[in-house]
Design a protein. Structure first.
Length: 221
């Protein structure tokens, strides 16, 4: 099976993003390692501990039936979160082939789940934390994740259109989205975080200048 360049970029971005979570049991090198659902459940529990519960790792996780049941639990909680917490109809989201994830660790399907996860993260109560995590990534990864967020939100923003699979993302222009391409409320949140970051950086610079001045005065004294 061949994968598009965009999907490869998205995979790299999600690997980089997931590895910023301290809660994960181990770092990953590829999203295929998310097929058993263990690390995905850890990431989701970090996003909303009250709603998502971590799946306990077992030796039988190599069994595709166990992986399927894990993914089924995660998918059910994700769709309910969209509906009950975010007020977004999960019926507008593209379906996920959980069997393909469990049996074949299908990259297309795992990336689709990752898209849902990051869309939840930037809309959660602690979205500022996850926005800052995105901003800490490489520019290339930031762009790919912006595309992922917008791709999920487009299903809710224009439910008239038939839902498309993740493969539709591969058709997105390689001119990846900038922050200002995000929906307004996410753009505003990014802007707010950036403003605060600049404020702290300015304050830090001023403190360093005052410290240097004080040190010089002490030396002269």
């Amino acid at each position: 099976m061949s994968f598009s360049r965009m999907e490869a970029t998205m995979e790299d971005a999600f690997v980089e993003w997931i590895n910023t979570f301290e809660c994960k049991s181990n770092p990953i090198d590829t999203v295929v390692e998310l097929a058993d659902g263990i690390i995905l459940s850890q990431v989701l529990a970090d996003i909303d501990t009250k709603w998502f519960k971590q799946i306990t790792p077992t030796e039988t996780a190599s069994n595709w039936v166990v992986r399927f049941n894990n993914q089924k639990k995660i998918h059910k909680l994700i769709t309910r979160y969209f509906e009950e917490i975010l007020g977004q109809d999960p019926e507008h989201l593209p379906p996920v082939n959980l069997s393909a994830i469990a049996k074949d660790a299908d990259l297309h399907e795992i990336l689709l789940v990752c898209q849902f996860v990051i869309a939840i993260a930037v809309q959660s109560d602690n979205n500022r934390i996850y926005i800052e995590m995105i901003q800490s990534l490489s520019q290339k990864s930031q762009h790919a994740l912006m595309v992922s967020i917008e791709q999920v939100m487009s299903h809710f923003n224009d439910s008239e259109q038939p839902t498309s699979r993740l493969s539709h993302v591969s058709g997105v222009s390689h001119k990846s989205m900038e922050i200002h391409d995000l929906p307004y409320r996410y753009q505003a949140e990014f802007d707010r975080v950036l403003d605060e970051k600049k404020h702290y950086e300015t304050s830090h610079t001023q403190l360093l200048a005052e410290y240097d001045g004080l040190r010089d005065r002490l030396k002269k004294g």
